[in-house]
Design a protein around this ligand. Structure first.
Ligand SMILES: NC(=O)c1ccc[n+]([C@@H]2O[C@H](COP(=O)([O-])OP(=O)(O)OC[C@H]3O[C@@H](n4cnc5c(N)ncnc54)[C@H](OP(=O)(O)O)[C@@H]3O)[C@@H](O)[C@H]2O)c1
Length: 378
C-alpha cells in the first residue's frame, strides 16, 4: 500500500536524500544576488513523464546573467501560474549533462536509472545550476558517446538557439531543405555575426554540416578558431573597412549573435533573405511596460524595421528565440553522433566557483562555452 504522502507520479527513484546544494538568486540584483545553499529541496517529479537527473556538468549563458537582473521575469511569472513554483528562490541554468536518478510512471522504457543523459531545463520549473534537476523526458536524450561530459553540458542551449533561429524563425530566409543533416544546404549562403561565441561556434558547425557557404565575423584573435570550424569567409569586425567587405554579398540568412541589431542590418552594403537578431526587444519591453503594451510596442518596432528594409530593398528582419523543440534536440544529437558538431569550450569551473563562471560570461569575449563541473566525474 503506498503511503498517503507517496508521490503518485513516481515509478522509481535511486536512494537519495531530500536536500541538495545549488546556486540560487533571491532577488534581482545582478551577481551579488547569486548565493550558494546546501539546503535546497530536491525538485520533485510532478508529472508522469518527468525524470530526476543528478547534474554533472552545465553551462553558464548570457541569459543566466541577464535573468539575475530580472530579464524576462514578467513572462516567466506568467508561465509559472499553473505550477506550484514561486519566483524566488530562482535556480538558473538551461542545459546539462547528468545521470538519471528517478523516473515518473509514464516515462519511456528508453530511460532507466543510471542512464547518462543530456538535456535542457526550464528555470520557470527548475534550473540546473544545482545537484539535481527535474525535466520532462521530451527535453532529454542519451548523451552521444562522441561528446565528453564537459562538452555534453554545453551543447543544447546554444545549439537549440542556433537550430531554432535557422529552422523555425529563419524559414522566410529559405533554408528549408537544409534540415536533414545530409548536406542539404548546398548552394545556400549564411552569415554568422559573432561566430566565436557559444552560439556562433555551434552555428558555424551546423551550417558546414549542411554544406552551406558560411561567412563569419569575429575579432582578430578568434580567426584561427573560426577557421578551424570550417567558415569559408571570415571578416574581422575590428578592422576599419569591415562593413565594406560585405559589399555585393547576398545571404539567405544572417544570424546576428553579436548584438548588432536592425540598424546595422540597414547600414551594411549587403543583401539578405532574412536577418535574425538574437536580441529581440520583446521580453525587455514586457518587463518595462507589461504584457499587452510591451508586446504591442515590440511588434510595432519589428513592423517598422521591416518597412525600412523593404524601402531599402533588403530582406526581412526576424527575432531568433531559443526554442526547446524535441526535433531540434534530435537534430543536434544526430550531428554530434556523426562527429560533425562539438561545443567549443572556453573554460571550465568547479561548482564552488559558480560565481567566477558567471563573471567570465559577464566579462565577455568568450571563445565557445563556459562550463561548470557540478559533480566530480567518475
Ligand atoms: N534570443 C535568444 O533566445 C537567445 C539565446 C541565446 C543567446 N542569445 C543572445 O545571443 C548572444 C550570443 O550568445 P552567446 O552565448 O554566443 O554569447 P557569447 O558566448 O558571449 O558570444 C558572443 C561572441 O561575440 C563576439 N563579438 C562581440 N562583438 C562582436 C561584433 N561586433 N562582431 C562579431 N563578434 C562579436 C564575442 O567575442 P569578442 O568580443 O572577443 O569579439 C563573443 O565571442 C548573447 O548576447 C545572448 O544574450 C539570445
Amino acid at each position: 500500500m503506498p503511503s498517503a504522502t507517496a508521490n503518485p507520479y513516481l515509478e522509481k527513484t535511486a536512494p537519495i536524500g531530500d536536500k541538495m546544494s545549488g546556486w540560487q538568486i533571491h532577488k534581482y540584483r545582478g551577481i551579488s544576488s547569486l548565493k550558494f545553499s546546501n539546503e535546497i529541496p530536491i525538485p520533485k517529479i510532478s508529472s508522469p513523464t518527468e525524470i530526476l537527473i543528478e547534474v554533472h556538468t552545465s553551462s553558464v549563458n548570457p541569459l543566466d546573467v541577464m535573468m539575475m537582473d530580472g530579464y524576462g521575469s514578467k513572462v516567466l511569472n506568467l508561465l509559472r501560474w499553473k505550477t506550484e513554483n514561486t519566483e524566488f528562490p530562482l535556480t538558473l541554468g538551461f542545459d546539462f549533462y547528468g545521470v538519471v536518478k528517478g523516473k515518473g510512471n509514464g516515462v519511456s522504457k528508453a530511460f532507466q536509472i543510471g542512464d547518462k543523459v543530456y538535456g535542457v531545463s526550464l528555470p520557470q520549473i527548475a534550473g540546473c545550476h544545482a545537484e539535481y534537476v527535474v525535466v520532462d523526458q521530451i527535453y532529454l536524450r542519451h548523451k552521444p558517446e562522441q561528446l565528453t561530459d564537459i562538452e555534453a553540458g554545453g551543447l543544447l542551449y546554444a545549439g537549440l538557439t542556433a537550430w531554432s533561429s535557422f529552422y523555425i524563425w529563419g524559414l522566410l530566409g529559405g533554408l528549408h531543405g537544409a534540415t536533414t543533416s545530409q548536406g542539404g544546404g548546398k548552394g545556400k549562403s549564411v552569415c554568422i555575426l559573432g561566430a566565436s561565441g557559444g552560439v556562433g561556434t555551434i552555428a558555424v558547425q551546423m551550417m558546414k554540416a549542411e554544406n552551406v557557404n558560411v561567412t563569419a565575423t569575429c575579432s582578430t584573435s578568434a580567426i584561427p578558431l573560426v577557421q578551424s570550424l570550417g567558415a569559408d569567409n571570415i571578416i574581422d569586425y575590428t578592422k576599419p573597412n569591415a562593413t565594406e567587405q560585405f559589399r555585393g554579398l547576398t545571404f539567405d540568412i544572417i544570424l546576428d549573435s553579436a548584438g548588432q541589431g536592425p540598424a546595422y542590418a540597414a547600414k551594411v552594403p549587403w543583401q539578405f533573405g532574412e536577418y535574425i537578431t538574437l536580441f529581440p526587444p520583446l521580453l525587455r519591453s514586457i518587463d518595462s511596460n507589461g504584457i499587452v503594451l510591451g508586446s504591442l510596442e515590440s511588434l510595432n518596432s519589428l513592423l517598422n524595421e521591416n518597412l525600412e528594409m523593404l524601402s531599402k530593398h533588403k530582406g526581412f528582419i526576424m527575432w531568433g528565440i531559443f526554442t526547446p523543440a524535441p526535433q531540434g534536440i534530435d537534430y543536434l544529437t544526430k550531428l554530434a553522433k556523426e562527429d560533425k558538431l562539438k561545443p567549443i569550450i572556453d573554460s571550465v569551473f568547479e561548482f564552488k566557483d559558480m560565481k567566477a563562471a558567471y563573471q567570465k560570461v559577464i566579462k565577455g569575449h568568450l571563445r565557445g562555452k563556459v562550463i561548470v563541473k557540478i559533480k566530480e566525474q567518475n
